[in-house]
Design a binder for this molecule. Sequence first.
Ligand SMILES: [Zn+2]
Length: 424
Amino acid sequence: MFALRDECSRMAALSQYHDELEQEFGKQIFANADQHRNVENSDSIRLRMEEAELKLQYRKWMAKDTRDEEALYQVFRKLIEVRCELAGSLGYPGYIELGYQIQNRRDLGISEVAEFRRQIQKSVTPVLTEIKAKGIGFCDVPATAANADELMQTITTMYQNLSDETADYIGEMRRKELYDLGTRTNKRGNLFTCCMLPVVKLPFIIGNYTGKGMEAGYAVHEFGHGFAFYTAARKQPLYEFHRSSPAVNEIHSKTMEHFMYPYLDRFVGEHKKDYIRNHHLQQLENLLYRCAIDEFEHLMYDTKLSRVQLCELWADISARYLPWNRIPLKEIHQGTCWPRQTHIVESPFYYIQYDIAQISTYEFYLRMKDNYEQAWSDYMRLCSEGGSKSYPELLKTAHLSDPFTGNTVENICRPVIDELLSIL
Ligand SMILES: [Zn+2]
């Protein structure tokens, strides 16, 4: 289906109606088709197939109960080589440049992303190090809902009260029973996700609720993705515009986690403060971890690193971003601790987008506290635009700062960190 859709947009881009289509639907309509043209030639198709086969092998090795580290490394090594060859065959100086192109980063360069990581490290690492040194970590937060049905009831109440738009959405979701939040034998565990149903323009939400308070937040997050899709699909004529890139889609869902705050007593009762503390700690630690992964991705394609060198590299990066998380020397010398984050293999240079979205999410959160009405109307505007505009244009639509200019990261993270410190 994706291949067919790509083919359609390519034909449209090459057709005699190119200009008329752009006039009707905006410049964004051909942004993706243009991007494909820059990352494909006849050689690349063979190498792409090789890459897909290696990803499959990697997945198989990862799924095994007893892991053969050397075999896993060999697949990883080969994958890096194939990607570098692919970049060379397409005329890119290295795989990083091609990776950026595949991620469709027109306005964003390697140095901007490095500066973004630097600001996060500077703003977050020292504070989290202090908090961890005091032995403060995540704590268990029980939820009030005893089962998935009760959780759905609480989510319904929240969405009904939040706004007319979310009330309509949750009503539709309930009428059509487009969710499955319970845990069952043989159902895949540990997963909260959201699938989009393009024809009915509604999502389907999947979860594995086991009664933990933080899981209620994961479910609200997925319902947030669904709401954004539901909204854009009703405003935007083209399916391509019903969603945006993860750097924007994750703003929709993560911000919904903050619109949940006024309803927290319904979700977690008296544990509201613990929930907020966990939530902030988790988001801040994730910010750092993703930066570490992104930096690793920028260095792993550079040279032919051995297994041990790959581990040394990761230990060094990880020690800078997450210094409380020391990797044992033994693991480094055995060559078993290079990061197993699947995104590195499955979708290079993708992971940092969650961090980019987190900064805008914090900005929305600060706005909510300051001017709730404004925050909601900006949020609705962002959801309504879907993927019909470029990333910088979408930020402007929602009156959001560009996370890549000035001290945006620091200015936005500071008040959130202060709030966390005040509730420790
Ligand atoms: Zn998400």
